[in-house]
Design a protein around this ligand. Structure first.
Ligand code: ADP
Ligand code: ZN
Length: 634
């Protein structure tokens, strides 16, 4: 429940309505004043009476009725015996402070008197629209002022734009909703006790921490954890994202910080959660084009606020980041974010318990094994797992099924990892080539000793130009340890070249396609890392590139500028050597199993998708399959 701002918002609505009508009036008014005098009026001017003539006619009883427009100082006179539709004669009036005298004379002479309310065309209307205009201007100015200077003054901006920070009186999240990150949970359990019964700690002179820094990739559940702490301790939860602090105008961020902490103090004990703190908390004095005044001011204000409140004031600031390396050291000093909790991507067990949490509110068939799903999803974050089950639920609903089955979950995995599936291609030479390409990958996956276990191979195209894919189940032990052997790497490169090798073997070198470009990119990256980072080449154990920001798979290397030109040449030769020897091995193996490969392609063309077990069954009819590591069971 997000409190407090709804009342404000609705009170603004009438003002907005007034603005709209105001604008309409102005438009109409302008139109009026620009219009040339209508002919009727122009003519009336010629029948003008002087004031004296008018009084005379009144006294002679020649006037039937008079309409007085006080605002304009004109009387419209209808003479006795004039035609019904004749225009009235106009008389300029002189009386400034009212026409009481004239009216008395008129009534004494039995003339009908009408006082015209000249709204719409007269000075009154002019006044009215102008004051409206002024009001609108003032209103607009106020809005601007509030937007920029006072910023988070009321923690909200106007209309549809989002609140600058949010407050939730009750998050409704408890520790049971957070799964798979047990260590982090345990460490934060303590924070809950601080909030619930601070006396226990202060009594023995312990200083309660003011700040906790949660470090982890996006979607690992940092926000969820912070909310769970607030929920468990039953305290309000204030949250803001670091990027919201950083504005174009110097000083705005700092005032937002001040504001946030003022509100927090009013509501203590409470949790203040700052997401993406790296947006403000980068080391000062860095950045392209010199320092960033605004960010520094914001950061300084944040530090001041954190130093300003007593350790036992009941405010605990929780900040989240995935880049602790860029944070300003001042943030990490004692008394600030001196506690750091790492929130890792979940392991197999973690994924299983996260899936269990998110399966609680979904209808799932009994045959579904969440263990299998957890095994199929290494590298998924908590948020991705939650999203996966949601996608599967959507698929289930679309298929009008009562409960989610393994098929829906499998499809959802492919959908989130690879893309939407499209309708299969009609039989064509291109489809045949794709089948050979994928069978090349899949067959080598199955035949090589150190490769992963094949899960499935398909030639159903996917969005994003994917014509087919081969999917294997990563070995949990290897993924979790992050240690890869030379054998594993060589097999991986060989499998990656399997598609290209199959195309070359079957259709000839001249007929290989550009479809293998992704594979080749992967091969180059892996081979280069083997040479420059892991010492797995004839050049020996030399680190030829820095490890900075290296994530093992899938990321490009930094530009090479630390080695001599001669060494660069040697590195290239080694990389090439690895790639060529793996390609050779791939081609040789596929050549040896050509009949098997042809039969697999026929099966794949017929069925479009073959799962790992079926595939191995076919392969076993021709040759032996090496004993692989056991895939860890639940
Ligand atoms: P972060 O703040 O680390 O980017 P979030 O806390 O915003 O991640 O996670 C987004 C959503 O993903 C959560 O609301 C929750 O549904 C799901 N989620 C993420 N991690 C977990 C977890 N460990 N246990 C249960 N659900 C999780
Ligand atoms: Zn491929």
């Amino acid at each position: 429940m997000t409190l407090r701002f709804s009342g404000k918002q609705s009170s603004l609505r009438p003002a907005a309505g007034a603005t709209a009508t105001g604008l309409m009036t102005i438009g109409w008014f302008l139109l009026q004043s620009l219009m040339p005098l209508p002919p009727a009026l122009a003519q009336a001017e010629s029948d003008e009476l002087t004031y004296g003539q008018f009084l005379q006619k009144v006294e002679q009883g020649e006037v039937e009725s008079v309409e007085i427009d006080e605002a304009r100082g004109i009387a419209y006179v209808q003479l006795d015996g004039a035609a019904e539709d004749a225009p009235p004669q106009e008389v300029m009036l002189f009386a400034e402070g009212g026409n009481a005298e004239l009216i008395r004379t008129l009534t004494a002479n039995d003339v009908d008197v009408d006082i015209r309310d000249s709204s719409g065309s007269g000075a009154l209307a002019w006044l009215a629209t102008n004051s409206l205009l002024a009001l609108i201007l003032i209103f607009g100015l106020l809005m601007l002022l509030r937007r920029s200077a006072s910023g988070a003054g009321n923690a909200m901006s106007f209309g549809k734009s989002k609140a600058r920070f949010q407050m939730e009186a009750k998050t409704g999240v408890v520790f049971d909703d957070v799964a798979g990150i047990e260590e982090a949970k345990e460490e934060l359990q303590e924070v809950v006790s601080f909030l619930k019964s601070p006396e226990k700690f202060t009594a023995i002179g312990a200083r309660i921490p003011k700040g906790v820094l949660l470090i982890g990739q996006p979607g690992t559940g940092k926000t969820l954890l912070a909310k769970a702490i607030a929920g468990e301790a039953a305290v309000p939860f204030f949250s803001i994202s670091g990027s919201e602090f950083v504005e174009m105008f110097v000083g705005v961020g700092a005032s937002r910080v001040r504001d946030l902490f003022r509100k927090a103090k009013e509501n203590a004990p409470c949790i203040v959660f700052i997401d993406e703190i790296d947006a403000v908390g980068r080391q000062r004095g860095t950045g392209i084009g010199g320092g960033n005044d605004e960010r520094e001011q914001t950061l300084n204000q944040l530090l001041t606020e954190m130093d300003g409140f007593e350790g036992n004031s009941g405010i605990i600031v929780i900040a989240a980041t995935n880049r602790v390396d860029v944070l300003d050291l001042a943030l990490l000093r004692p008394g600030r974010f001196d506690r750091q909790v790492v929130v890792d991507l979940p392991t197999y067990k973690g994924r299983l318990s996260i899936l269990e949490v998110h399966a609680r509110d979904k209808k799932i068939e009994a045959e579904v094994s969440l263990e299998a799903v957890a095994r199929r999803t290494p590298g998924f974050s908590g948020a991705e797992l939650a999203n996966l089950l949601n996608e599967a639920a959507i698929l289930t609903a679309r298929r009008r099924k009562e409960a989610m089955g393994m098929v829906e979950i499998e499809d959802a995995i492919d959908r989130v990892t690879i893309g939407l599936s499209l309708t299969p291609l009609l039989d064509s030479s291109r489809k045949r080539m794709t089948a050979y390409h994928e069978v090349g990958h899949a067959l080598l996956t199955t035949l090589l000793t150190h490769s992963d276990e094949l899960n499935k191979v398909t030639i159903i195209p996917r969005s994003g130009g994917i014509e087919g894919f081969t999917q294997s189940l990563p070995n949990e032990d290897i993924i979790d340890s992050g240690l890869y052997t030379r054998n594993w790497l060589m097999d991986r490169i060989t499998v990656a070249l399997g598609g290209f090798a199959a195309e070359a073997e079957v259709f000839g070198d001249d007929e290989t396609s550009t479809g293998a470009s992704g594979d080749i990119q992967q091969v180059s990256n892996l081979a280069r890392q083997m040479v420059t980072l892991y010492g797995m080449s004839e050049l020996g154990p030399l680190a030829l590139e820095s490890m900075d920001n290296q994530v093992f798979l899938g990321r490009n290397l930094m530009p090479r500028n630390e080695v001599s030109e001669e060494m660069a040449g040697k590195i290239d030769a080694q990389v090439r050597g690895i790639a060529l020897s793996c390609l050779n091995r791939a081609r040789t193996m596929l050549r040896q199993h050509r009949t098997l490969m042809d039969n697999l392609v026929d099966a794949l063309l017929e069925r479009e998708t073959i799962d790992g077990d079926e595939f191995r069954q076919i392969v076993r009819q021709y040759t032996e399959i090496p004993e692989k590591f056991l895939v860890k069971a639940g």
